[in-house]
Structure formats: structure tokens, C-alpha cells
Design a binder for this molecule. Structure first.
Ligand code: AMP
Ligand code: ZN
Length: 447
């Protein structure tokens, strides 16, 4: 899965965050479905906006890019966005980019005019297949471009000749830097191969960015570029797209200063990824309020589990039913609003069960906790259940837990699942969670 990432010349805004968060939820859901997701997001770390900022701030372009990519990583961490498998940067991939440009020039899809290399759009017959635009209509609507060296106004730059004082890399066409579109074609190919499954980005990128990526990649490799395109609707403010150029934006960090990451994620998950969303503080306030119900259930679960009372009533709660509704929603074109509704139905039902039956069996709380961890925490990221890493100070206790883990493993190997399960549940009732991984069993102590 490849997603067009930020140009690191400034803090990203909450509109960009919508794209990053919705892509994160989709990736987490694919992982929930046991897909092994290779997730790639590029960082555009050289372009006109970065150069402009470096001139304004009188620092090298690389310093601007470093400052704002550090800020990007801080912000996505605070938004609880899972780290990508790879974050390729344009400036680390100049060789790959130049190789692709060369393939295009050699194949007759691109031409060099005095150190600027352009893609010849009319050489790619299916141009427009993603956006539904037709070359002739685009031609007649094209503004008269100032760059006279282009053969056609629709052609776009693959390699830009450097101007005096600008950062540059050497190439057979002279010193210059890569265009924006070619960077995504070259880096997605490097990490995901010539044809890959999912390419995502905001709606504004369908044309020309993604159309150009298709033209470049398919002309260079002669293979289909991408199987599925996912485009996210805009975050609007007063019905207008939130954007840097209009100045109608809030940075993600400004919003994070007022609202929790969970509320921001819930606000976005409550709208379908393809449609537009209006940014209002009322909606964020109500997301924050909605989370209270979820947190109250979490407290009820935690305190019941800490009491460690044996026995109790089995309420016959139908967890599978809720999990099926949750997956049915997300299997239907990632219908997150529906999935959120399922979570809140679950919260209501679980609270009712707790209120009605006094002496509930611990298994109910364990299963409720498991359900919320799998769905609301691991997929939507709208609540988190603490897993405290074990500290070194309770060594004897840790050794005893390890002995129990060994006994449980032996029981499992001997198909004595009842005993294995008993050990897990009893440890759970002491606020010790076991987690089976490929490498063995880990344990965590809750607060
Ligand atoms: P940029 O740094 O402007 O290239 O944007 C990074 C990502 O955020 C791209 O995938 C854009 O399509 C997306 N994006 C930009 N503005 C918005 C917005 N108002 N709503 C949703 N996504 C956006
Ligand atoms: Zn891109």
C-alpha cells in the first residue's frame, strides 16, 4: 500500500491528517484481516515550496526538510498513526528516479530540452483513464504556459534544471532535481514492485498527480501500475477545502492542543472516507463527549478485573454478533461510520449487562476487553488499553510468571487447552496479560 505523504516545508494541517488517519485505519483493518501489509509513505523533501522557505529563512533546503520531517513524525505519533514500513525520501532515491527518467527518454515517452526533461503526455494513449479526462479536452482547456520549451502545455517536468543557488544533483541532462510526480513512481516501484495493490491519497491528487504517476510507471515498465486506487474526500472549512494556499487551516498540532487524538480519530471515522467532511469545533466536542461512554466501560472492565473475584454469572453475551457487524461494515468499502456505530451499540449493550447482572463472571469482562482491543483500539484507534511493560524491579514475580507460562505451553502441547486457558485467565485476573507471539509468550502488567 502506497500513500502520497507530505511535502515537508511546514507543519501539516488537520486536512492532511484526515488523509493520514483514514489510510491508517484502512491499513490497520487489513492487518486485522491478517493481510501482511507493506505500507509505504513518501516524504517530498525537495521542491519549490521547500526552496522558497529555505530562502525566506536563510537556511539550507535540507535543514527545512529535516525540521519539518521531524515535526511530521512527532505529530503522527501523537495522532496514534502506526509507523509505515518505509518512509522513502526523494533525495535518498535520486538514482532510482534517474533510472526511471532514462527508461522514459530511451522509450520515447520523454524528451530533454536544455537540461529540463519533460514527459510527453500524448505518447501515452490511455492518459486520463483514472480521472476520466480526455487529452483533447485538456488540450483545448490548457492555459498558454509560460514554459515555452515544452512541446505541449500538458507535458510535465520529470527533471528540473537547477537555477543559480538551488540545490542540485548531477544527471546526464545536467544538474537539477526531480519533479514531484516521478518521485512517487520511482519510490513505489522500489519498495512495492512494478505492480502493487493499493495506492492512496487525497482527492486533489487524482489529477494530475496520480494520472501522471500512471503515465510514467506504465510507460516505463509496460505493466499495470496499481490495482486499487483509494481517494479521500476533503476536509472542508465553511464548505471550502482546507489548504495552505487559502490560509483557512489549523495545523494538526493546534488541534491536538485542544482535543485528544482519540477524539480527532473518532471525528474522522464517523464520516465515510470518500465523502467531504466539515471541520467544526462542535463535531470535535461531541466526539470527545462520545468517547466518555467508551472510557466509562473501560473503567468498569478494569476495576472488575482488578477485583479478581472467582465465579459469577455468565450473561450469555453475544460477542461474535458484534464482531461480525463490525467486519461486515468495514468489508463494505471501509464503512467506518457504520463500524463506529457498532462499537457504540456494543458499549450500550455491555453497560446494560453490567447494570442488570450484579455478579458477572470474569470471562465476560475479559471478552469485552478483548473485543474492544481488537476493534476500537487496534483498528480504529479511538481508545487505548494500557499494556504496561514489565519493570525490572519485581524479579521474583516475573520468574514465577515465566514458570506459569512454561506450564501453560506444556499444557497446550499436550492439548490440555482447559488448563492452558485457566492459567491465562487466572493471570489476567491478577492484571497480568499474556500475549502469544511468533517468538513465544510475552506478558504485561496493567496498572
Ligand atoms: P500535501 O502536503 O498538500 O501534498 O498533502 C499531503 C496529503 O494530504 C495528500 O494526500 C493530500 O491529498 C492530502 N490533503 C491535502 N489537503 C487535504 C484536505 N483539505 N483534506 C483531506 N486531505 C487533504
Ligand atoms: Zn504521490
Amino acid at each position: 500500500m502506497y500513500i502520497c505523504g507530505p511535502t515537508v516545508y511546514d507543519y501539516f494541517h488537520i486536512g492532511n491528517a484526515r488523509t493520514f488517519i483514514m489510510a491508517d485505519i484502512i491499513r490497520r483493518y487489513l492487518e486485522y484481516k491478517n493481510y501482511n501489509v507493506t505500507y509505504v509513505m513518501n516524504l517530498t523533501d525537495i521542491d519549490d515550496k521547500i526552496i522558497k522557505k529555505s530562502i525566506e529563512e536563510k537556511v539550507p533546503a535540507s535543514e527545512v526538510a529535516k525540521k519539518y520531517s521531524d515535526a511530521f513524525f512527532e505529530d503522527i505519533k501523537r495522532l496514534k498513526i502506526k509507523l509505515a514500513t518505509f518512509y522513502p525520501k526523494a533525495t535518498d532515491n535520486i538514482d532510482e528516479i534517474l533510472r526511471m527518467i532514462k527508461a522514459l527518454v530511451d522509450g520515447g515517452a520523454a524528451y530533454n530540452v536544455d537540461g529540463n526533461v519533460f514527459y510527453n503526455v500524448s505518447s501515452f494513449k490511455p492518459y486520463g483513464k483514472l480521472s476520466g479526462k480526455k487529452i483533447d479536452e485538456l488540450e483545448s482547456g490548457a492555459r498558454v504556459e509560460v514554459m515555452e520549451e515544452k512541446q505541449d502545455p500538458l507535458d510535465f517536468a520529470l527533471w528540473k534544471k537547477s537555477k543559480e543557488g538551488e540545490p542540485f544533483w548531477k544527471s546526464e541532462w545536467g544538474n537539477g532535481r526531480p519533479g514531484w510526480h516521478i518521485e512517487c513512481s520511482a519510490m513505489s516501484c522500489k519498495h512495492l514492485g512494478e505492480t502493487f495493490d493499493i495506492h492512496a491519497g487525497g482527492n486533489d491528487l487524482i489529477f494530475p498527480h496520480h494520472e501522471n504517476e500512471i503515465a510514467q510507471s506504465e510507460a516505463a515498465t509496460k505493466k499495470p501500475f496499481v490495482k486499487y486506487w483509494l481517494h479521500f474526500g476533503f476536509l472542508n472549512i465553511n464548505k471550502e477545502k482546507m489548504s495552505k494556499s487559502l490560509g483557512n487551516f489549523f495545523t494538526a498540532r493546534e488541534v491536538l492542543a485542544k482535543y485528544s487524538a482519540e477524539a480527532i480519530r473518532l471525528f474522522f471515522a464517523q464520516a465515510h472516507y470518500r465523502g467531504p467532511v466539515d471541520f467544526t469545533s462542535e463535531l470535535l466536542d461531541s466526539a470527545e463527549k462520545g468517547l466518555e461512554k467508551l472510557k466509562n466501560l473501560r473503567s468498569a472492565i478494569d476495576s472488575a478485573m482488578n477485583k479478581n473475584k472467582p465465579g459469577g454469572v455468565d450473561p450469555g453475551f453475544n460477542f461474535q454478533h458484534f464482531e461480525k457487524r463490525f467486519t461486515d461494515a468495514l468489508d463494505d468499502d471501509f464503512n467506518t461510520p457504520q463500524a463506529v456505530a457498532v462499537i457504540f451499540d456494543f458499549v450500550k449493550e455491555a453497560n446494560r449487562t453490567i447494570a442488570e447482572k450484579e455478579n458477572l463472571h470474569l470471562d465476560f469482562y475479559i471478552a469485552a476487553r478483548d473485543f474492544l482491543i481488537k476493534t476500537a483500539d487496534n483498528v480504529l484507534g479511538i481508545i487505548s488499553f494500557k499494556e504496561k511493560e514489565v519493570k525490572q524491579d519485581s524479579l521474583l514475580e516475573n520468574e514465577l510468571i515465566k514458570i506459569l507460562i512454561d506450564i501453560r505451553l506444556k499444557a497446550k502441547n499436550e492439548k490440555n487447552f482447559q488448563l492452558a486457558d485457566d492459567i491465562r485467565k487466572k493471570l489476567e485476573s491478577l492484571a497480568i496479560t499474556l500475549k502469544d507471539t511468533k517468538e513465544g509468550t510475552d506478558f504485561f502488567k496493567r496498572e
